[in-house]
Every structure is written in structure tokens, then in C-alpha cells.
Design a protein around this ligand. Structure first.
Ligand SMILES: [Zn+2]
Length: 428
């Protein structure tokens, strides 16, 4: 029979499983409380959570054994009785990794549980990025190098995410379509299985979605729960946060704003269509707008990276090359036209620009802002701040570390207790 949708009597072992779930939930509640509210006594935690002092003491003991919290000296100023020992978030030895796999390079960032960056490394990729096996080999080396470095510093690497410049099926661990890598249907998680010195599987995400998460949680944009993050590099990615939640869509392809059409008869895009916003504002578009006579020649070899393009364009702009400066204004207009579409679609409080956009912002933003005002609804434009990312090294990698850390906050038992064995490459 069923009672309220559950089978009754409960199957053998179910009560044990329930108790474990409740325990995990309570560990999570205490850990989040300490992260958000700062140090507290055990008695204070009991009051805030409604749990008994004995339960709180047991939970704190377990979190301490996992090195997620620690005791610190009693708070000063207590005049009567024995001052209570406070408990605070530790996590300085618990690190999560965010890995950005991109055209021509891999970036790995490690952050402790307080979000402080403790490892950053960028490595150029050798060979052809279309050769999946070669790229995967290099990715494995970079991730394991980060793990070895952190373990040598007595850290536990307790989670990791990888940012992909394309559409991913996170559940199956498959890169569905990454046009700039020329990857389609790549079973990345399967290819990495057993090769990474990680206690958990590497979770796959779209790079701009992770960038959006990083900007939302740690970007310094205030309490902006409606935020769009746009990055321009070899391609254009976008991550959309609505009401504080990331918008993914049915197939994880929501926010592919780079492939919205802004020119019916425009240049051919890597996705197969024509006139996508990406053809105008990604690195190739920047080169076509600023150096139209040389663009095709420079691009024909296929070895020109987005970094090379931006370096050449900004050097010419600094040298006050009139044609390049006019090209940058034209680029700014296309940027603004796309931003107007974004603003009218999502009515965001802030749009954050990343990738190489901060590098060219002084020359393109005035024209972009003018185009936003001309092409979007006046009230929506007024309500939206256009800001540059301040996250530096890699917002996508930062977002990857944040998402992996959020998994620990949801289930602190993924971090092995001191002296406990850490399972290698198996989901816990
Ligand atoms: Zn396209």
C-alpha cells in the first residue's frame, strides 16, 4: 500500500537512508550558517537551527573532522561565566577547481571554501583543438598538476568543474556542440574517467553559464538577481541569471545569444548560419571591423588567436590609427545593437562584459551605449547597468570552483574525514 505517495511499510534499510539524509541536511544547514553568518557558539547554532545542543555538538565534531570548520578563541567582552568557544568556517585546506577549456588554452583555478584563489595556471594547448584525444591528454596533465601542487600544500581537492565554450549535456557529461573547438557529441566525462586524481567526477558546464554564476555570486555587482554575462573571445558566450537562477533551457542551450541573427545577409558563422551576432563581435568580427583590408589574409592561416587580434587592434588604437578607431566605433554599434536585444529580452539589472571586451572597452563602449539607448526600450535601458568584469584570471574558472564548492555546502560528506580514504574518480 502507499501512504502519501510512499510505500508502507518502508522497505528494509529505508529508515537508515532517511537518517543519513537528515544527517547530511543538518551538516549542510550548520555549514551554511557559519559561512553566511560568521562564527557562533554551539549554543548559538542550536538556537538558530532549532536542533538540540547534543546534535549540534555532534555535527560540529563531524565538520571539524572533515576540516570544514574549526574552533577559535572565545568572544571577548563576556563578563559572566565561562565564555563560549566559537566555531567558524575553516575550509582553508579544502579546495575546489574550476577548469576553463578553450580554443588554444586551458586555465585552472583553485579556490578555498571561502572563495579565495589559491591556485591559478594558464597553459597554451599544443596541436589542433579539433583532435579531441590530444586536447583531453593536455587537460588531464593540467588538472593533475593542479591537484599534485595543492596536495603537496596539504590541501584536499574536493570538487571540480570544467567550463566548455559550447553547449553541454551536464547530466551525461557530453559536449553536445562546441563550434569553435569543432567538437560535436564528445563524451568528455567518459574520456576522462579514471585519469584524473580527483575524488569526484569533473562536472561539465557551459563557460558563459559559469561566468554568470561567478559574476552573480562574487562579481561585486550588488544584489543583482537578474544579470546577463556576455563574453567575447574566439566565439561569443552568454549566461543568463533570472531571479537568482541560471537559465539553462531544455537542452542546456539557453543564452546562446552569440547565435542570434542581427544581419540577414551577414558573414558565415561557425554554427553554419549567417549574420549571427558572433560574426560581428567575436575576435574575427573585431578584425573585420577594424582592419577590413587585412582581415581575410590574417585569418586565412587559422592560427591567429583572439589574443593576437586584440593585441594588434589595441596597439593600433593606442597609436591613434584613424581607420582602426572608426572600426572600433562601428564594432561598438554592433555590440550595442546586440545588447539592446539582450536588455529587451531579459530586462536585467546588470549586463557584465567579459572575455576581451574589457580590453577594448575605452574605444567601443561609448558607441555601444549610444546604440543601446537608440534600440532598446527606454525604461529597460535606464534600469540596466553595463559593467566590465572585475574577476580577472577567468570568470568561467572561478564559476566552476564556486559551483563545485556549492556542492560541498549542500553535502559536506563529499569531503573525506581526516585520515579517511578519498575515493578516486568515483562519484560519492
Ligand atoms: Zn552562429
Amino acid at each position: 500500500m502507499t501512504v502519501n505517495g510512499s510505500s508502507w511499510p518502508p522497505p528494509p534499510g529505508a529508515q537508515g537512508a532517511d537518517r543519513l539524509d537528515i544527517r547530511r541536511h543538518n551538516l549542510s544547514v550548520v555549514l551554511r550558517l557559519l559561512a553566511a553568518g560568521g562564527p557562533r557558539s554551539r549554543a548559538g547554532l542550536a538556537t538558530s537551527t532549532g536542533l538540540t545542543k547534543a546534535t549540534v555538538s555532534s555535527l560540529v565534531g563531524e565538520l571539524m573532522s572533515r576540516r570544514l570548520v574549526r574552533e577559535r578563541g572565545p568572544e571577548g567582552g563576556q563578563r559572566l561565566g565561562r565564555p563560549a568557544t566559537l566555531v567558524e568556517l575553516d575550509g582553508s585546506h579544502v579546495v575546489t577547481l574550476g577548469v576553463e577549456l578553450n580554443v588554444g588554452h586551458v586555465r585552472v583555478l583553485g579556490a578555498d571554501l571561502r572563495g579565495r584563489s589559491v591556485y591559478e595556471h594558464r597553459q597554451d594547448l599544443h596541436g589542433d583543438t579539433r583532435r579531441v584525444d590530444e586536447v583531453v591528454d593536455q587537460l588531464v596533465v593540467q588538472v593533475n598538476q593542479a591537484v599534485d601542487d595543492l596536495v603537496a600544500r596539504q590541501c584536499i581537492v574536493a570538487g571540480a568543474s570544467v567550463a566548455i565554450p559550447g553547449i553541454v549535456d551536464g547530466e551525461r557529461g557530453v559536449v553536445t556542440f562546441a563550434p569553435n573547438l569543432a567538437w560535436r557529441g564528445v563524451p568528455l566525462r567518459q574520456l576522462l574517467a579514471g585519469r584524473l586524481r580527483l575524488p569526484v567526477e569533473l562536472a561539465l558546464f557551459n563557460e558563459a553559464n559559469l561566468g554568470a554564476v561567478a559574476e552573480h555570486r562574487a562579481g561585486g555587482h550588488g544584489a543583482a538577481d537578474d544579470l546577463v554575462y556576455i563574453l567575447a573571445a574566439d566565439g561569443v558566450g552568454a549566461g543568463v541569471i533570472v531571479g537568482g537562477a541560471l537559465v539553462l533551457g531544455v537542452g542546456g542551450a539557453a543564452g546562446e545569444l552569440g547565435h542570434t541573427t542581427v544581419q540577414a545577409r551577414g558573414r558565415r558563422c561557425t554554427c553554419g548560419s549567417r549574420g549571427c551576432w558572433e560574426t560581428l563581435i567575436a575576435a574575427r568580427g573585431l578584425l573585420h571591423e577594424t582592419m577590413p583590408d587585412r582581415a581575410d589574409g590574417l585569418l586565412s592561416g587559422g592560427r591567429l588567436s583572439a589574443d593576437d587580434v586584440v593585441a594588434a587592434v589595441t596597439a593600433a588604437a593606442h597609436a591613434k590609427d584613424g581607420a582602426v578607431l572608426e572600426g572600433l566605433r562601428s564594432y561598438g554599434r554592433w555590440l550595442g545593437i546586440g545588447l539592446a536585444n539582450v536588455i529587451d529580452t531579459f530586462n536585467p539589472g546588470v549586463v557584465v562584459l567579459g572575455g576581451f571586451l574589457p580590453d577594448i572597452a575605452p574605444w567601443v563602449l561609448p558607441a555601444a551605449q549610444e546604440a543601446v539607448i537608440r534600440h532598446s526600450l527606454a525604461d529597460s535601458a535606464r534600469a540596466c547597468r553595463i559593467e566590465l568584469t572585475r574577476l580577472g584570471f577567468s570568470p568561467s574558472a572561478k564559476g566552476g570552483a564556486i559551483v563545485a564548492a556549492e556542492r560541498i555546502f549542500a553535502d559536506p560528506t563529499v569531503v573525506a574525514a581526516a585520515g579517511g580514504r578519498v575515493p578516486v574518480d568515483t562519484p560519492s
